[in-house]
Write a protein that binds this ligand. Sequence first.
Ligand SMILES: [Zn+2]
Ligand SMILES: [Zn+2]
Length: 267
Amino acid sequence: MKKIDYHLHSSFSEDCIIEMKEMVEGAIKAGVNMLCFTEHKDFDYPHEEFTFHLDNEAYTKRFLELREIYKKDITLYRGVEMGLQKHILKEVDDFVKVGNYDFVIGSQHCVDNKELYYKTYFQGKTMREVFEGYYDELLYNITNFNNFDVIGHLDLIRRYSDEAVVYNFNEVMDRVDVILKKLISMNKGIEVNAGGFFYPTAMTNPHPSILKRYKEFGGEIITFGSDAHVPQKIGANYERTMDILKEAGFKYISWFVGRKVEFEKIR
Ligand SMILES: [Zn+2]
Ligand SMILES: [Zn+2]
């Protein structure tokens, strides 16, 4: 089967220092056949150092140059990873509308305008409150915004806290179920994000038990994303992740061109 990586970054994302050309060459080296850049764009990111501004014009120009140069070796697509927060959904929609992307990931990196990565959101909360708040805001966001193709790393909350890794998230599974069913009814997908293998979670995001529920509820649209910010991680753990998907009942992996979903058989 083709190796398809639909979530990675280059220096057009503020938290990545690797030039796009190096990422493309890394992908070719990793045997990736199809790749979609999903550069970060966040509005009102609550951190003084990172704004996650995206220069879409420069991004597009460089992307088109590289797509042409490397067209014999790899098929490149242009996407975006939009940070979702409940107070900026209109801005997100306006940004996506004019971007002409192949693929749009909606990702929740903040809750209540507080950061997950730097753990400001976690302060003063029990784990149950942390998880409930995360999924409540995600449900609000997908209820009030639909200009995305998949929801990124659906349990990102587990990635950045040792306590969250061991938390029994079955306690909040009713909330996860509502979100999964809502996404299916909207004809939207989720991604299986292999970036989680490099964090204490040591597993995909979301956890295989959530992948399994999504499939059982009738979910079919699922993209693979390494979430690589360095060339070495592009396409990493692809085989292992395909095994997890097969185990969860999936027969196809999804990819998008011009916001339209396509399917590739898993092995
Ligand atoms: Zn993300
Ligand atoms: Zn990402």
